[in-house]
Write a protein that binds this ligand. Structure first.
Ligand SMILES: C[S@@+](CC[C@H](N)C(=O)[O-])C[C@H]1O[C@@H](n2cnc3c(N)ncnc32)[C@H](O)[C@@H]1O
Length: 480
């Protein structure tokens, strides 16, 4: 296997120093483990500083190429797949697991699509059932937490997706309930750029002891500092408070009050229906670009064009496919063949209402900001690119109202708290609150959004920043 398949991106020296310095209490009884040692960056640092003797150190790695180098350092080395060949559940007297006072490392970041997880999925599922099998780094955190002696310390640098992503909810709960998280350092965006890995990382430092109500997690935000500087803005949060947050998200910006408001509010999803869209299975074959009397809103490779009048006839349906930051208004850019033969190829969700006549609104899928716009009535939409929703009570909450609040700065702030990565998914939309907006504010928002849409119909590039500010002001009242 090559380095990429092993997730082998080595840790920069200044990060190694910072992490090693977080560990404390080394003495002659200490036993340190680096469970995926690679080039031995961490243990070399520890040996150089004479913090521990080489016999107190154990290193594991799956890659035989690193064996000689690590053994030359005089430490214990085991060539193994740490995730699959480490027993940690059965700690009775006869099957005593070796435990460690200190564990440090940079575990591999291999996700569900990696050949490693695909190949070992079933075996991993049996062992890591409690947190689910999503990323190898999360499995390493879970595994090594079990290998800590009482009061033992663990310090890992990993991808930061577990701080908020829904798939890591169980890992967060496991950590919050069983360990004391001393601090989490959010690293610079381009920390691993030189190694070719574009991943946002964070460093977790925790202790294996029961939490009490005064334990505080320090979030050290170094994301915008120059590389090598670990003196970031600090946010302090009581650990047990995180357990009351939706999906136990690790809020690292001191948004506690807002999160409480989000928790208490009703959920926006309960006021709409609709959701995920379809797949054509072959866009080239089944889609065409709509020609609105000379104007086309799609720019990509599909070569067939169909006039808007022709689409309105029975053999085509309008089709939304655009994600990204398209806000307020964009007519369906595509149309999809709607004859009995073509329909057989489509993969459509069960709740798709093909006779839908209500006015809906779209939210872009997989994008970094929340972006909502009017849907074309009767149009279908493509999964992942756009999600389409229909207000259940459009008299009270018209589609323009939802579009207005979703495009507002406060809702963009909320979605970032709920999922700080650049991939907004339906599970995040489901967590969005609907605050108790008063009728006057709803009317105001609808009026402003209608005006924006009217202007965009005349000029699709209309600059709506002034109107947006007004909406922001109205929505802000509800989150302050
Ligand atoms: C991100 S590198 C870190 C290397 C080194 N500790 C550092 O920080 O510079 C991950 C290491 O994990 C090893 N590795 C990957 N999968 C493993 C597994 N299942 N068990 C043990 N080691 C593994 C790779 O060979 C690689 O050396």
């Amino acid at each position: 296997m090559n380095k990429k398949d092993l997730g082998a991106f080595y840790t920069p020296k200044h990060t190694v120093n910072y992490m090693v310095n977080l560990l404390f209490g080394f003495d002659e009884k200490s036993k340190l483990l680096e469970p995926c040692g690679g080039d031995g960056a961490f243990i070399s640092d520890i040996l150089e500083n004479n913090s521990l003797k080489s016999r107190q150190i154990t290193v594991w790695d799956i890659n035989p190429d690193v064996k000689n180098h690590i053994e030359r350092l005089g430490v214990k080395f085991e060539l193994k797949d740490a995730l699959l060949q480490t027993i940690f559940q059965n700690d009775d007297l006869f099957n005593k697991i070796e435990k460690f006072t200190h564990i440090i490392g940079n575990p591999p970041y291999l996700n569900k699509q990696s050949s490693y997880i695909k190949k070992n999925k079933n075996k991993l599922k049996k062992i890591y059932d409690e947190i689910g099998v999503n990323d190898t780094y999360a499995l390493f955190i879970y595994l090594c937490c079990h290998l800590l002696e009482t009061n033992g310390q663990l310090c890992f640098i990993t991808s930061d997706t577990y701080l908020t992503l829904g798939i890591h909810k169980k890992l967060r709960k496991f950590l919050l309930t069983n360990f004391v998280i001393k601090n989490i350092t959010l690293c610079q965006h381009d920390l691993f750029k030189d190694t070719g890995a574009l991943v946002n990382t964070c460093i977790i430092f925790l202790e294996n002891r029961k939490i009490d109500e005064n334990d505080i997690i320090i979030f050290n935000d170094c994301r915008n500092l120059e590389i090598g500087n670990y003196n970031g803005d600090k946010y302090y949060t009581k650990q047990n408070k995180l357990l009351s947050y939706p999906d136990y998200i690790f809020d690292f910006n001191g948004n506690g009050k807002l999160i409480e408001k989000i928790e208490k509010a009703e959920k926006l999803i309960d006021f709409v229906d609709g959701g995920l869209g379809m797949h054509t299975t072959d866009n080239e074959k089944f889609l065409a670009i709509v020609d609105y009397n000379g104007i086309k809103y799609a720019k990509n490779g599909i070569k067939k064009f169909v006039s808007v009048d022709e689409v309105k006839n029975k053999d085509w349906k309008f089709y939304h496919k655009k994600g990204g930051d398209t806000k307020y208004y964009l007519p369906a850019e595509y149309c999809i063949r709607w004859d009995n033969e073509s329909i057989k190829s489509y993969k459509m969700p069960k709740n798709y209402n093909l006779r839908e006549k209500r006015q809906g609104f779209l939210i872009s899928g997989i994008c970094s900001t929340l972006s909502a716009r009017m849907a074309t009535v009767g149009a279908l939409w493509e999964s992942n690119k756009a999600m389409c929703f229909f207000p259940k009570n459009p008299q009270k909450y018209p589609p323009e109202f939802f579009i207005g609040i979703l495009n507002s700065d406060p809702y963009n702030k909320i979605i970032k708290i709920l999922n700080h990565t650049n991939s907004i998914q339906i599970r995040d939309i489901k967590k969005l609150p609907l605050f108790n907006f008063d009728n006057n504010d709803i009317e105001q928002i609808v009026k402003i959004v209608k005006k924006i849409i009217e202007q965009m119909k005349k000029n699709i590039d209309y600059n709506f920043s002034l109107e947006q500010n007004k909406i922001n002001q109205i929505v802000n009242k509800y989150i302050l």
